[in-house]
Every structure is written in structure tokens, then in C-alpha cells.
Design a protein around this ligand. Structure first.
Ligand SMILES: Nc1ncnc2c1ncn2[C@@H]1O[C@H](COP(=O)(O)OP(=O)(O)OP(=O)(O)O)[C@@H](O)[C@H]1O
Ligand SMILES: O=P(O)(O)OC[C@H]1O[C@H](OP(=O)(O)OP(=O)(O)O)[C@H](O)[C@@H]1O
Length: 230
């Protein structure tokens, strides 16, 4: 068999992942034309490159269809129940840093903390007859965080992209999303609550705890982790 390495198939994450492996003597490359999702691994035999959406890598690792995968810790924690039983983080890669935060309209001058948000949510429900809407794609992480933080009168609305626009579009009152420079939040007149982030994420190399391996695969994996020094 072979060791399957899952890597994001496009954008910044793909390029930086290729650079990170390249700096350690393992060359990852896309083969075929620009739109073909196939790739090659140089510097070691017995490893196949699998190009995948960053969001699907957690599921593929948990299902044991790939042995190693690069994705954000935010996606692992959001998508895998009891993530640490399914995957093991081998190395933080030092890019793709982003914080999962809660943000409200900058004009809400009385709302700066989670306690303030709870009070505002209760007032909102009394006034409007429905619960304050928080737009996010991080449903599991946010439900846990808001429960522990004591916020009750809210509803999550799903937003898979352009989440910061939901407030202006009147489909949500607040958002929970990742931020890096903060520019998207500022441009959409949103401010982050003063609490620590819900989660600090970065691109990380994970090992599947469930992917089947024969003796040759085990040798390959050991050689690869030695070359990568992880
Ligand atoms: N602005 C950003 N700065 C740094 N990291 C980011 C930024 N936006 C997203 N990320 C990180 O990149 C990873 C992939 O993000 P996302 O799920 O948005 O993927 P995508 O690029 O939309 O790809 P796909 O749609 O194929 O899954 C996540 O772990 C996320 O934390
Ligand atoms: O703090 P900033 O540096 O402004 O970056 C934050 C933005 O980056 C991500 O979006 P992405 O570009 O992945 O697009 P998306 O809206 O489709 O998720 C994230 O969802 C924010 O919208």
C-alpha cells in the first residue's frame, strides 16, 4: 500500500503547505493541467499526494482514508467529535493563523463582553419576539462556547462564507467567524468582544489514528516523520 497525504487543493494553504514540505526536503507538486486535482511527492517513495478541500480533510482523516493531512485546527475541532481520539497533531506549521471570535455591530456601544451579549440577547428577544441571530459556520464550537459562557437567548444561523456581510444584510445581528488581520470585520463595521478568542487556529499536520497500515507503510511513515522532524 502507500501512505496517503491529504493537502488543501488550492489557494494560500496549498502553496504554504508545499513550501513547508519543500523546506524539509519533500517536494509536493500538482501534476497535469491547472484544473486537474492530481499531485506527486518527491524525496521519498511510497507516499501519495491527495488534493482535497481543507474542510474535507478532517473527515477523511477520521475515516482513515488518508494517513496524514494538513488543515486548520479550527476545522478539526469543529468537524470531529472527540477529535483527539481520531487524529494526532504532529506539527503546527506556522501559517494559516486565525482566531475564531464573536463580533457585534460597532454601534452597539454597551456590548463589549460575553455578559453584555447575554444581556443584549435577552433584551433583543423581549423587544423583537425572536432570538438574536449569530451567523457562523462553526456551529459545534459556538454552541459549546456560548453554553459555557452562559449566553442563552440566541440562535445560530448558518453562513458558509462572507459571514461578516450577514449583519448588513439583516440576516443576523452578530457573527462568529475567523479573523486574521481584522480588516474584514472593520470594513463591515463590526467589533470583536473583549474576551479571549473562542479558538486560536493555525495550519497543522495531523496523523489519522484509524488509517490502516501494513508493515511497509509503517516504515514509510517513520521515515517521513524523521525527514520532516515531527
Ligand atoms: N484570512 C485568513 N487567514 C488565515 N487563515 C485563514 C483565513 N481564512 C481562512 N483561514 C484558515 O484556512 C483554513 C481553510 O479555510 P476555509 O474552510 O475557509 O477553506 P477554503 O479556503 O474556503 O477552502 P474550501 O472551500 O476548499 O474548504 C481554515 O483552517 C481557516 O482557519
Ligand atoms: O481578518 P481578515 O484578514 O480580514 O480575514 C478574515 C476573513 O478571511 C476568511 O474568509 P475567506 O477569505 O476564507 O472567505 P470566506 O468568506 O469565503 O470564508 C474569514 O472567513 C474572514 O471573512
Amino acid at each position: 500500500m502507500t501512505i496517503k497525504l491529504g493537502v488543501p487543493s488550492k489557494g494560500r494553504l496549498m502553496e504554504k503547505t508545499f513550501d513547508w514540505f519543500g523546506a524539509r526536503g519533500i517536494t509536493l507538486s500538482r501534476t497535469g493541467n491547472d484544473r486537474e486535482y492530481s499531485g506527486a511527492v518527491g524525496g521519498i517513495a511510497g507516499v501519495d499526494l491527495v488534493l482535497l478541500s481543507a474542510g474535507e480533510i478532517p473527515r477523511e482523516l477520521a475515516a482513515g482514508r488518508i494517513h496524514l493531512g494538513v488543515t486548520g485546527t479550527d476545522l478539526i475541532r469543529e468537524k470531529l467529535v472527540q477529535w483527539d481520539q481520531k487524529v494526532e497533531p504532529l506539527a503546527e506549521l506556522g501559517f494559516g493563523q486565525a482566531d475564531l471570535i464573536v463580533a457585534v455591530p460597532a454601534s452597539w456601544v454597551d456590548v463589549n463582553t460575553l455578559d453584555d451579549l447575554d444581556a443584549a440577547a435577552a433584551a433583543f428577544r423581549a423587544r423583537h419576539g425572536f432570538r438574536m441571530r449569530i451567523a457562523t459556520k462553526y456551529h459545534r464550537l459556538m454552541r459549546d462556547y456560548l453554553r459555557i459562557g452562559g449566553v442563552a437567548d440566541y440562535q445560530l444561523v448558518d453562513s458558509q462564507g462572507a459571514t461578516e456581510g450577514t449583519v448588513k444584510n439583516l440576516t443576523a445581528e452578530a457573527v462568529a467567524d475567523i479573523t486574521s488581520t481584522g480588516e474584514t470585520l472593520r470594513a463591515n463595521h463590526l467589533k470583536v468582544l473583549e474576551e479571549d478568542p473562542v479558538l486560536r487556529s493555525q495550519a497543522t499536520l495531523f496523523r489519522s489514528r484509524t488509517a490502516p497500515m501494513d508493515a511497509a507503510d509503517r516504515d514509510t511513515l517513520r521515515d517521513l516523520t524523521e525527514i520532516l522532524r515531527v
